[in-house]
Design a protein around this ligand. Structure first.
Ligand code: SF4
Ligand code: SF4
Length: 116
């Protein structure tokens, strides 16, 4: 499953540079599927969603750092454990029960985003 940042986030920014998928953004920041991935132009995600990878997307939160669930692989493909959770000083990066994925799905997601 993807990781989610709870409202206990203190906006320290420690997690953002640690994410191998560029799935973490500062509150109120626009984001793109193309940021930090090999995606560009029109793409169909492994979950079936059609997106324009180069298009600005609305922030998930205006107040605190947020994780884009479509880009988070729980660090599968890069690290043994979620790096955001490992560095967060207040332990507010937690599993997102609304975005449960199998190990195979996470591997496929990582390969899809980093295919070049
Ligand atoms: Fe990024 Fe890994 Fe945290 Fe997901 S678990 S947001 S991929 S650092
Ligand atoms: Fe928020 Fe934790 Fe990330 Fe700091 S490391 S910005 S407290 S989620």
């Amino acid at each position: 499953m993807a990781i989610i940042i709870t409202d206990e986030c203190i906006n320290c920014g420690a997690c953002e540079p640690e994410c191998p998928n560029t799935a973490i953004y500062e509150g109120a920041e626009d984001w793109k599927y193309a940021d930090g991935t090999d995606l560009s132009g029109k793409a169909v995600l492994p979950n079936g969603k059609s997106v324009d990878a180069d298009e600005d997307q609305e922030p998930v939160s205006d107040e605190i750092y947020f994780i884009v669930a479509d880009k988070c692989t729980e660090c599968v493909g890069f690290h043994e454990e979620p790096q955001c959770a490992a560095v967060c000083p207040v332990d507010c990066c937690v599993p997102d029960d609304n975005n449960v994925e199998t190990q195979e799905e996470l591997i496929a997601k990582q390969k899809f985003m980093h295919h070049e």
